[in-house]
Design a protein. Structure first.
Lengths: 254, 254
């Protein structure tokens, strides 16, 4: 049998690593590094720095994994993700069987927390349920970008006794702000879906959270949204990519 | 000026501490330990163990803080919490001013992540906005029990392109499962509100997450709910207290 770790490595700052994650890193013989797009080089560098800094107990290999192409023009977003997911599943089955020797340990390093908007747990669950699994696996939680965002803005994510919604830019744009939620966290928003929101809300926005390039903006949405769009575009032009997330909070009546 | 840290310390396992949290712990002169109820002694012991293990750079004091009484019989839950919150705010103003010397550093250790169902950020925000604040403060995110739950069950918290709701037992019991959410995380549930759910869902339940007493149960809600109730009651009787959380996931059509 092989052992596979899925290790949450936080949002970008190597100081986000937990003691549990560092212990896991030190059991690993093979790290799989999966990055894609324009941010690839920069993100891969952070992962390698994390291995260099913390995985000091024994020698290890780093295997860079090419992400299967995803059809980003497909209007049926869920379908496109699912077919990409199937390709990735077969790719990971190969990696685990051929890159990890029997009795050895491999790891996937997940940005943020592996349970939020990451495919890896779904893939491993599927592989582990096949007739003769060749590996067992363990998940190590990590600090998500949502938590870094809340910490940097020093805000709670919930009202007293209230509920929190975590959703995507796509869903926000198509369905609007969910009812009954004072706080809505929005992830995976490539298109400034906050500009479609007409409710009176405050926004707490952050990009490149936990890194030297971090940008934070907060305020009443209607007052700051053009500023966020402008700064977002400028940063994206300068770096070639952007990762951002935000919280929308309904304004209470005075 | 004084410096105050709010440090997320994870769900119970000292290995949940991040490198960032450990660095912060080592700047602290005074730790405030606030616990209450039957779990008080056990939880205070975990916090002290965390200080002992990680805060090694300089001497520190631990100040145990009595929690103001909260009227748990008040049917207006939000109001009761708010008046308790006001009492706590004054108490913390006193603590910061009188227990931390000028130029020194204090810290509140928050279970899980400080941004989820914890009053401390709301209180500090209020104090810091008063006319002459005597302190500045910084928030360090931590691994929440939700993330430990997901990691132990090895489940994603979202469907592909889906949304996640985080709510309380009280809200689940009064309003039912939120529409448009495949995954609903329930926290602060003292009364097994899952028994009020009639939708066909899977449950992923966990108690004392990250500790030696951890219990995990998962399955189709209708099949496992009595088992969870039984085990929950037994554990609570044995230890005198329980902390649990769970995820409900709508079953997909085959």
């Amino acid at each position: 049998m092989r052992k596979v770790f899925v290790i949450g490595i936080g949002a970008g700052d190597p100081d986000h690593l937990t003691v549990q994650a560092i212990k896991a890193l030190n059991e690993v013989d093979v790290f799989f590094v999966v990055d894609k797009g324009d941010e690839k080089a920069e993100l891969a560098a952070v992962r390698k720095e994390i291995c260099r800094r913390y995985a000091t107990a024994k020698p290890y290999r780093i295997v860079e994994v090419d992400d299967p192409a995803r059809d980003r023009t497909d209007p049926a977003y869920g379908d496109a993700v699912r077919s990409w997911h199937d390709a990735r599943t077969e790719q990971y089955a190969e990696l685990i069987e051929h890159e990890i020797d029997d009795g050895k340990c491999g790891a996937f390093l997940a940005w943020g927390d592996p349970s939020l908007y990451d495919s890896i747990l779904r893939i491993l669950c599927e592989l582990a349920s096949r007739s003769t699994p060749v590996f067992e696996y363990e998940v190590v939680p990590g600090i998500s970008s949502v938590q870094v965002l809340a910490a940097k803005h020093r805000i709670p994510l919930n009202e007293i006794a209230g509920s929190v919604a975590i959703t995507t830019g796509r869903r926000l744009a198509s369905s609007g702000l969910p009812e009954d939620f004072d706080h809505v966290v929005v992830m995976l928003d490539g298109n400034c879906a906050f500009t479609t929101v007409t409710d009176d809300v405050d926004i707490y926005w952050g990009a490149y959270l936990g890194t030297d390039d971090e940008i934070l903006v907060s305020g009443r949405l209607r007052d700051v949204q053009s500023d966020i769009q402008r700064r977002r575009q400028r940063a994206r032009d300068a770096k070639g990519w952007i990762m951002d997330t935000y919280v929308l909070r309904r304004r209470r009546l005075p």
